[in-house]
Write a protein that binds this ligand. Structure first.
Ligand code: TYC
Length: 102
C-alpha cells in the first residue's frame, strides 16, 4: 500500500483519477437505394426512437449524408452496428452503419 512517501522521505502525490469508459458514436450513412420507411423502422426498432424522431433523423441522414443515431459503450455500440448491418443485409438493402470513438 502506497503511504505517499517516495525515496528518501519525498512525498509523491498521485491524483485520484476516476476513469470513465470511452463512448462511441453510432453513425448511419445515406445511400441512394434503401427505402426511407426501412430506415425509419430501423431507428424505431434498434434505437428506441418514436416514429416522429425516427423520421426526423432519417431525413437528416438523407440530406446531410450521415448522422449520429446514438452514443454507447463499445460493447453496446458494436451490438447496435451488428444488428443494423444484419437486418439491412437480410432485407437486401445497402444501408451502412458504423461506429467511431467520441
Ligand atoms: N436516400 C434514401 C432514399 O432516398 C433514404 C435513406 C435515408 C437511405 C437514410 C439511407 O441512412 C439512410 N431512398
Amino acid at each position: 500500500p502506497d503511504d505517499g512517501e517516495g525515496e528518501a522521505g519525498v512525498v509523491v502525490k498521485t491524483k485520484p483519477r476516476t476513469k470513465r469508459p470511452p463512448l462511441y458514436k453510432v453513425l448511419l450513412l445515406n445511400d441512394d437505394y434503401t427505402p426511407m420507411e426501412f430506415v425509419v423502422h430501423v431507428l424505431e426498432r434498434f434505437f428506441g426512437m418514436t416514429h416522429a424522431q425516427a423520421f426526423e433523423v432519417m431525413l437528416t441522414v438523407h440530406k446531410k449524408g450521415v448522422a449520429v443515431v446514438g452514443v454507447f459503450s463499445h460493447e453496446i455500440a458494436e451490438t447496435k452496428v451488428g444488428q443494423v448491418m444484419d437486418f439491412a443485409r437480410r432485407h437486401q438493402h445497402p444501408l451502412q452503419c458504423t461506429m467511431e470513438k467520441e
